[in-house]
Design a protein around this ligand. Structure first.
Ligand SMILES: Cc1cc2nc3c(=O)[nH]c(=O)nc-3n(C[C@H](O)[C@H](O)[C@H](O)COP(=O)(O)O)c2cc1C
Length: 210
């Protein structure tokens, strides 16, 4: 079933404007919420852009890609600008509360995570590290969407600074990394809809060490 869904999905270029039901979108977003991340820090937000007006305003920053407005939801995976001791302490407090542990029992873990984020010395290094976690969440979204037979287009084709400005992300301490549109394929308009999926031969991608 998973393999059928993964073969069915493709990076849809043209969508038909039909709206993805709210309950389905929420299930797809649950997959992002449940994504694994380094130390469980999840240093990103998934910003849901729903209204046609706001998606229209995003489109110029996204090189006018049609699926931004022809889909029904635009998801922007945006990294946290602040990743430091405070965020690590918040995570420790959450783990302690959720698992009924003494905060002091997490001290070793706290130091390990704090050490890692401290070594991310520049804003760019923090963004790149957090973006790697955000891409994992995006992968989960693409898979979940395929399982729901919802089309999803992953997108790096945008001007991050321009998109951040439209969505006022800097004021929220966020910086866009990657985006996904959700919707339904327009099989008449999309030149890609009936083309064969192209991948390197499996043995080039999947190799074994001796
Ligand atoms: C990180 C990433 C960025 C991408 N950016 C875009 C994009 O901006 N616009 C687009 O139409 N497709 C984009 N794609 C789609 C890829 O071109 C597509 O996934 C690839 O050609 C494989 O084809 P398939 O996903 O249709 O099977 C992107 C894919 C990924 C994973």
């Amino acid at each position: 079933m998973l393999h059928t869904a993964l073969n069915w999905r493709y990076a849809t270029k043209r969508m038909n404007g039909r709206r993805v039901p709210e309950a389905t979108v929420e299930r797809i977003l649950d997959a992002a919420h449940l994504a694994p991340s380094s130390y469980g820090l999840q240093p990103y937000s998934v910003v849901v852009v729903e209204t046609p007006e706001l998606r229209e305003r995003c489109q110029p920053a996204m090189f006018h890609q049609p699926q931004v407005v022809e889909g029904s939801h635009l998801l922007v995976f945006a990294t946290w600008e602040c990743i430091g001791e405070a965020e690590v302490d918040q995570l420790m407090a959450l783990i302690a509360e959720e698992r009924g542990l003494e905060l002091s029992s997490l001290e070793g873990y706290r130091q390990t995570v704090a050490g890692t984020v401290e070594r991310l010395a520049t804003a760019e290094a923090r963004h790149q590290w957090a973006a790697r976690q955000a891409y994992l969440a995006m992968g989960m979204v693409l898979t979940a969407a395929a399982m729901e037979r919802v089309d999803a287009t992953p997108m790096e084709g945008f001007d991050p600074a321009a998109l951040d400005e439209v969505l006022e992300l800097p004021a929220r301490g966020l910086r866009s990394a990657v985006a996904v549109t959700l919707g339904y394929r327009d099989t008449d308009a999309d030149w890609l809809a009936n083309l064969k999926k192209v991948r390197w031969p499996r043995e080039r991608v999947i190799t074994r060490a001796e």
